[in-house]
Design a binder for this molecule. Structure first.
Ligand SMILES: C[S@@+](CC[C@H](N)C(=O)[O-])C[C@H]1O[C@@H](n2cnc3c(N)ncnc32)[C@H](O)[C@@H]1O
Length: 391
């Protein structure tokens, strides 16, 4: 079977990364936008040794969990790759992806039972987005699947109402008023409006705020903030539930989502974050909350661990919430050097999470409990929290 060939297969399951898995002879086939149980005719797009990457040409027998994707951009837009699944099937696929990574990559012999908490809103949940802008084609939206072409999106069904309203405002702007150098726009919503980065015309980088579990967080579109506000309370609750002791490190702390609640229960908190805009907000968020027992350092976590490693200990608890790429090797080493009794690892990518867990387990930690939160309905992405204790 070579590129461009087509053949029939049955999708066995959804694997980490969101593709459907099938087998054809001695070949493993990964199929985009599939549902487990689909009988499909696929076309090979790419071949890599014994692995074929394919797209669906025809659905011969649809899976019982397949539905008609409601979004007109589905398949072309690179944003949502799970709309073909019922919401229950999306959650089941995410649980399976996490179990697969913890078992196969982290080498956990028995993965603790866990649930993927559903998002209260399956649609219109997204309060943060990046809109791509192509001046030549006069298109605004998201990259197309597997390409850098911009899919022109009039209505994005996962954006919250206010964000959708702003997308319409941006799209209604005269092209001559959109600066030529503006290739993408970061946009985030808060309880008091919407912030843009960079600013242009009436679309400004404004300071916003959002309350979660009684804490008030200020931020703008230049700093990271979570995409789906509806599950942030339960996420924080689980990540911090067993945290105890006097001193804590909050690594990759952003504007302080975990730093503020940590500062209420620990005597000493150190937050580390590379983005100076985020650390500025984190410090002001702590100050406005009257919390004086936390300090926030602007540095890459790797550099911070490399600098004066002896000064980091003692630490009772480490919360880490790195970007999708996971924690750098030097960060895992730094954590192992300070030997906290407890670790909570918050991750938006089960594969890099599992890679890092393997190193933490080899360094003397045991996985206690796992929970997942569906912050990203209609996509294969999922937020996972793993709590570990020193053995
Ligand atoms: C997934 S976000 C988590 C932020 C925060 N914990 C929250 O929940 O809002 C990851 C954060 O890591 C920061 N970051 C990325 N690479 C970093 C690095 N090497 N060192 C420190 N911070 C980094 C990003 O700016 C971002 O704020």
């Amino acid at each position: 079977m070579n590129a461009d060939q087509s053949f029939e297969i049955e999708i066995e399951r959804i694997v980490p990364g969101g593709m459907g898995l099938a087998h054809a002879g001695d070949k493993t086939v990964f199929v985009a936008l599939a549902a487990p149980g689909d009988r499909v005719r696929v076309k090979v797009e790419r071949e890599q040794g014994n692995v074929l990457f394919a797209s669906i040409e025809e659905i011969i027998t649809p899976s019982p969990v397949r539905i008609e994707p409601p979004c007109p951009y589905f398949g072309r837009c690179g944003g949502c790759d799970f709309q073909q699944l019922t919401y229950e099937a999306q959650l089941a696929a995410k649980a399976e992806m996490i179990r697969d990574c913890l078992h196969r990559i982290a080498r956990l012999e028995s993965v603790p039972d866990f649930v993927v908490t559903p998002s209260p809103n399956e649609w219109r949940y997204r309060m943060r987005a990046t809109w791509q802008i192509d001046h030549n084609e006069r298109t605004i939206g998201y990259y197309e699947r597997g390409s850098r072409r911009v899919c022109d999106v009039v209505d994005c069904a996962v954006l919250r109402e206010e964000m959708q309203g702003e997308l319409e405002e941006v799209r209604a702007t005269e092209w001559r008023e959109i600066p030529d150098e503006l290739k993408h726009l970061d946009v985030v919503e808060g309880e008091n409006g919407v912030s843009f980065s960079p600013s242009f015309g009436e679309f400004r980088t404004r300071e916003l705020s959002l309350s979660v579990r009684g804490e008030v967080y200020h931020y703008n579109a230049e700093a990271f903030f979570q995409i789906n506000p509806s599950l942030l309370g339960p996420l924080i609750d689980f990540a911090l539930a067993e945290a105890s002791g006097e001193s804590v490190l909050d690594l990759y702390c952003g504007v302080g989502l975990f730093t503020l609640p940590l500062a209420r229960t620990f005597k000493r908190v150190i937050g580390v974050e590379a983005n100076p805009v985020a650390t500025g907000f984190a410090r002001r968020n702590l100050q406005r909350a009257g919390l004086t027992n936390a300090s926030v350092i602007t540095a890459s976590v790797t550099d911070w661990f490399r600098r004066d490693p002896g000064a980091k200990a003692p630490v009772d608890f480490v919360l880490l919430d790195p970007p999708r790429a996971g924690a750098e090797t030097a960060v895992i080493k730094g954590i192992l050097d300070v030997k906290p009794a407890q670790i909570s690892y918050v991750s938006c990518d089960p594969a890099t999470l599992a890679r890092d867990l393997k190193k933490l387990i080899a360094g003397g930690y045991t996985v206690g409990s796992v929970a997942a939160f569906d912050l990203f309905p209609q996509t294969h992405h999922v937020e996972t929290v793993v709590r570990l204790t020193a053995t």
